[in-house]
Write a protein that binds this ligand. Structure first.
Ligand code: RB5
Length: 147
């Protein structure tokens, strides 16, 4: 199950992503927003972050105007590794090396054709493990630190 979320700036691209996932037969849950009315991206970044961190969804996709604000918000949730990607290489490497569990996209940065290719790359690429597992574990240790 894929968790989807966007603010108003990402709403239209999210509709295209949902259509794309439908065509591929992939299941998703939309955590909002549900219209192009102006709203606050941290609400949706946190909702998708919580769904992924809790294991309700395996992966998440977040969209705002730039992908920046919504990824910053999602990364505040313990266990989230959200990566804002602007090309397929970034999407591939953040899966292979960072085991990113949420993809963030900027609807005002990317054309929809490229955005859908980035989505496919993110969903189809596995984590390499090995030396990268130790580094990802070090990120998790940061979650527990309060200093
Ligand atoms: C909304 O206008 C815009 O600030 C938001 O979509 C996002 O780009 C923030 O990082």
């Amino acid at each position: 199950m894929i968790a989807l979320g966007s603010d108003h700036g990402g709403y239209a691209l999210k509709q295209e992503i949902m259509k794309h996932l439908d065509e591929k037969g992939l299941e998703y849950k939309d955590y909002g927003t549900y219209s192009e009315e102006s709203c606050d991206y941290p609400v949706y970044g946190a909702a998708v972050g919580r769904a992924v961190a809790a294991g309700e969804c395996d992966r998440g996709i977040l969209i705002c105007g730039t992908g920046i604000g919504i990824s910053i918000a999602a990364n505040k949730i313990e266990g989230v590794r959200a990566a804002n990607c602007t090309d397929c290489y970034m999407a591939e490497m953040t899966r292979r090396h960072n085991d990113a569990n949420i993809l963030a996209l900027g609807a005002r940065v990317l054309g929809s054709g490229l955005a859908l290719k980035i989505v496919d790359t993110f969903l189809e690429t596995g984590f390499e493990g090995g030396r990268h597992a130790k580094r990802v574990a070090l990120i998790s240790e940061l979650d527990a630190r309060k200093d």
